[in-house]
Ligand binder design. Structure first.
Ligand code: F6P
Length: 367
């Protein structure tokens, strides 16, 4: 019983942004930790949409989270459209107007007697959580993204699972590339930071790794591939992060994005493969691993990190430590202000051991 309201404390939980392996494990940890405190837990479907639409609130009992630790995706659903603070309203005349629905959202939160929210999300969702917190919503964040590009936490859950998926795929490319004496160019996720490409490229023994942090020179890439082929190997693996770009050009986008929607990256692997084929005698093929990197079961590391984050988030709520996000550093799971957490993107440091290791191994980073 919450002494201030004479009813059980009611905790809401939602998942926003692109999904990541481990989301369900966080939900399970949040629900079980809260139920063990005697609280009620309510899931909000589709990020904030379920609350604003009024049809997306689901009571979360023990039975609703059974078997969730190992399950990919999110049982609550998610969306990376529809930021309540910049909501695209479609007018009858066909125009689209960007409106702020935060007042409506906070009002719905109160109407449903919700006392606090655990918002599990990436950069975009945590920005929303930070702004809602400023406007009085009692919220605690849990960082999520396979891209691992959130500052203030050493790692996000889902990242290592995505790296495993990507390096398994690269392993398979080696044999077909060798059989056909081809250069295979594989595009991995990572809009602003190249963590997945760097880790999977290292683990998968790529010959070239292109990252958003290091604008690349096609001449340097071609020279590296020619030198490799002269040495003897008849094939090569090139890994590109979707957000990498040439030093004399810009990022490759699928489309510019509709009002209120994020820009969609994609097409760099095909572009790089075409350039290699045009400027050399090497046969090339490209592929985009895409959303495979977000799907499937989390590996054990991500399951445990997710459970730790979920349980710790509920403890922050219990201490009324709102406006914070759980984060991992060398000392363990700790709380950091949401505003700090979303202040900047965590890029791969150019002097990091991973970058230096790649260079020592003779991997071309495009510069
Ligand atoms: O989660 C981040 C991310 O994986 C990016 O690397 C990628 O650009 C984006 O999601 C794609 O999201 P979607 O296609 O689901 O909009």
């Amino acid at each position: 019983m919450d002494p201030s309201t004479s009813r059980p404390f009611r905790l809401a939980v939602n998942t926003g942004g692109g999904d990541a392996p481990g989301l369900n494990a966080v939900i399970r940890a949040v629900v079980l930790t809260a139920l063990n405190r005697g609280w009620e837990v309510v899931g909000i479907r589709r990020g904030y949409e379920g609350l604003m639409d009024g049809d997306g609130l689901v009571p979360m009992g023990v039975e609703t989270v059974q078997g969730l630790t190992a399950r990919g995706g999110t049982i609550l659903g998610t969306t990376n459209r529809g930021n309540p603070l910049r909501w695209p309203r479609h007018n009858p005349d066909g125009s689209v107007e960007i409106i702020d629905r935060s007042g409506e959202l906070i009002e719905a939160f109160r109407r449903h007697n919700l006392d606090a929210l655990v918002a599990i999300g990436g950069d975009g969702s945590l920005h929303i959580a930070a702004e809602l917190s400023e406007r009085g919503l009692p919220v605690v964040g849990v960082p999520k993204t396979i891209d691992n590009d959130l500052a203030a936490t050493d790692v996000t859950f889902g990242f290592h699972t995505a790296v495993q998926t990507a390096s398994d795929a690269i392993d398979k490319l080696h044999s077909t590339a060798a059989s056909h004496s081809r250069i295979m160019v594989v595009e991995l996720m990572g809009r602003d930071a190249g963590w997945i490409a760097l880790y999977a490229g290292l683990a998968g023994a790529a010959d070239v790794i292109l990252l958003p942090e290091i604008p690349y020179s096609m001449d340097a890439v071609l020279e590296h591939l020619r030198a490799r082929m002269r040495r003897g190997p008849t094939y090569a693996i090139v890994v590109v992060a979707e957000g990498a770009y040439p030093s004399n050009g810009k990022v490759t986008l699928v489309e510019e994005g509709k009002p209120g929607a994020a820009r969609r990256y994609g097409g760099l692997a095909e572009q790089v493969a075409t350039e290699i084929a045009d400027q050399t005698d090497f046969e090339t093929r490209s592929l985009v691993l895409g959303h495979l990197q977000r799907g499937g079961q989390p590996i054990a590391f991500d399951r445990i990190l997710s459970l730790r984050f979920g349980a710790a988030a509920v403890e922050l709520v219990a201490r009324r430590d709102f406006g914070c996000m759980v984060a991992l550093d060398a000392s363990g799971v700790r709380a950091v202000p949401l505003a700090d957490a979303v202040a900047r993107t965590k890029k791969v440091p150019l002097d990091s051991e991973e970058i230096l290791t790649a260079r020592k191994l003779g991997i071309c980073l495009g510069d």
